[in-house]
Structures are given as structure tokens and as C-alpha cells.
Design a binder for this molecule. Structure first.
Ligand code: ZN
Length: 294
């Protein structure tokens, strides 16, 4: 490896994809509390997936609290279980770390979209977002090393998450989701606007996630022009998708782990130092990234 390449931090891969592959019931993300159900019904499988990502070489694993938000829990009659399930998600990740021989692995908590993923039209006003993110972050703060505000479709989600993370003293990484036809934040704002809005908040770095790999590099280049903070990406295992329906139906050409590694080389060239996988990436993708970058 060239000495010019900085140390790359490897994140984990998909949780939902992997739970489904192992027979856990993970309902569709639009209609349900999605991966939260696995905390209730298959906690051992969640722990094992974390463990497999650590064994594959992940430096950072993210607790499975993505769907543990009030609006999604309400759809399955579990509104009163937010704190309990958030804590359980953290515990499973911590147990996986404790059972492995890589104690330097960091456990992240998720600050996810607070309603259906990708639906920027359902994003609440900033103060409402802040109050819910603070409720989640207060639980996460007892257990995790950092938080990742992820799959965000608006600037105000990032601002609210940053305020909440700062309030509880957790380092924050911000990760936006993008439109499929342009390197813009999914809801239409620009990445430059997003970074400008967070300038005075303690955000450690910026990523994009849950997008086809082909969208990542232009986004990184745009972000690099307006910040010196670390950049990164965790994409889905496809290069492009015509529209969201194609992505949801996985009616897209899936990349192999090695093809995903080749995509990540374009990201590192554009300045990324945090790299992982989102939907349809599995432990073998993370192992391939670790083999390439560690
Ligand atoms: Zn995804």
C-alpha cells in the first residue's frame, strides 16, 4: 500500500440483510419497526451478526437500534419500549465486542430517520427531532463510544442530531442519504448547505450511506471542497439504481465483495477514510475491505 494512503477505518455492513439471510423475521422497512423486531425475537442472531462483522475486520460496529424510534415502534404497539430496546441493542453489540479478541473495536449507536426511511416529506420540525434524538442519545450515552446520524434526508435532522449528541457528550458522525439522480441530499438540499449548517457543532466527520456505489465519489468531492473533517461512505452493494422501487426490490445488479472494494478505491482517492457497507453488504464484503485497507 502507498504511504500516501491514510489509515482507513472500516465500519460494519448491513444488519437487516444479514438477519434475513439467517432466517430472522425482518419486515419491510416501510410498514414496520423493521430490525427492532429482531431485538425482541432474535437477540442471539443480532449478537452473532455483530460478532461476525468484528471477526471480518470492522473497526466500528453499529448497534441495532436503527428502527427503535417512537413512530415506528407505535406501528407495532411497542411505544413504551424505546429505552429498553435501545439499551438491549447496545448490550448485544457490547457483548459481541467482549466476546472477541479486538477490544479496540468501537461501538456506535444510531441516530436514524425518525419516520420511514427515505421519506424527507415525513421529517418533523427541528425542535421535535431534537427532543426525540435527545431521548435516544441519553440511553446510548451510557454504552456507546460514538453515534452515527445516518440515512438522513434533510439538513435539519443533522442539526438536531448534532445538538442532541453534544448535549450528552457523544462524538457524532453525520451520514446523509442522497437523491438517486444527483449528488444532493435526498430531500433536495445541497451537501454544502448541510456542512455549513453544522459548522459550529461538534461533528467529527461526514459520510453518505444507503446509496448505490456510483453516487459516492461525486458526493465526497463536493464535501471535500467545504470541510477538512474526515469523510466516508457506506453504500449498498450495487453501482446504480434507476429509481427507489428498483433499489427496494433489489432489482439491481449486485456487486461482488471484490467489486465493492474496487468502488471503495475511488472513494479513498476522493478523501474517504471511513468505509463500510449498507444494504446487501455482508461480512464477506467487510472482510474484503479489511483485506484491502488494513
Ligand atoms: Zn442501506
Amino acid at each position: 500500500m502507498s504511504t500516501a494512503v491514510p489509515r482507513i477505518t472500516i465500519l460494519d455492513g448491513a444488519m437487516g440483510t444479514e438477519l434475513r439471510a439467517r432466517g430472522a423475521s425482518v419486515p419491510d422497512y416501510r410498514s414496520s419497526a423493521w430490525s427492532a423486531m429482531a431485538l425482541v425475537h432474535d437477540p442471539g442472531t443480532v449478537r452473532q451478526v455483530h460478532s461476525d462483522y468484528i471477526a471480518a475486520g470492522a473497526d466500528v460496529i453499529t448497534a441495532n437500534n436503527y428502527a427503535v424510534v417512537p413512530n415506528l415502534l407505535a406501528r407495532v404497539g411497542m411505544t413504551d419500549r424505546l429505552e429498553e430496546l435501545t439499551r438491549l441493542a447496545c448490550q448485544l453489540a457490547l457483548e459481541a465486542r467482549a466476546a472477541n479478541s479486538r477490544p479496540a473495536v468501537r461501538v456506535a449507536g444510531s441516530l436514524p430517520p425518525l419516520d420511514t426511511t427515505y421519506q424527507s416529506d415525513l421529517v418533523a420540525p427541528e425542535q421535535d427531532l431534537y427532543e426525540t434524538y435527545l431521548r435516544i442519545a441519553r440511553v446510548l450515552a451510557a454504552d456507546v463510544d460514538l453515534v452515527i446520524a445516518e440515512t438522513l434526508t434533510t439538513v435539519r435532522e443533522a442539526v438536531a442530531a448534532a445538538r442532541a449528541a453534544a448535549e450528552v457528550g457523544l462524538p457524532l458522525w453525520v451520514s446523509w442519504n442522497l437523491r438517486l439522480d444527483a449528488p444532493l441530499i435526498r430531500g433536495g438540499e445541497s451537501l454544502e448547505q448541510g456542512i455549513a449548517a453544522l459548522q459550529s457543532l461538534p461533528v467529527e466527520g461526514y459520510m453518505v450511506n444507503c446509496v448505490p456505489t456510483g453516487l459516492v465519489r461525486p458526493a465526497l468531492e463536493l464535501m471535500r471542497r467545504c470541510t477538512d473533517r474526515p469523510l466516508g461512505a457506506y453504500a449498498n452493494s450495487c453501482e446504480k439504481a434507476a429509481d427507489q422501487a428498483a433499489l427496494d426490490a433489489t432489482a439491481v445488479q449486485t456487486l461482488s465483495p471484490q467489486q465493492y472494494v474496487v468502488a471503495s478505491e475511488r472513494w479513498v482517492e476522493a478523501g474517504a477514510t471511513w468505509i463500510g457497507g449498507c444494504c446487501d453488504t455482508r461480512p464477506e464484503y467487510i472482510a474484503a475491505l479489511a483485506a484491502r485497507w488494513h
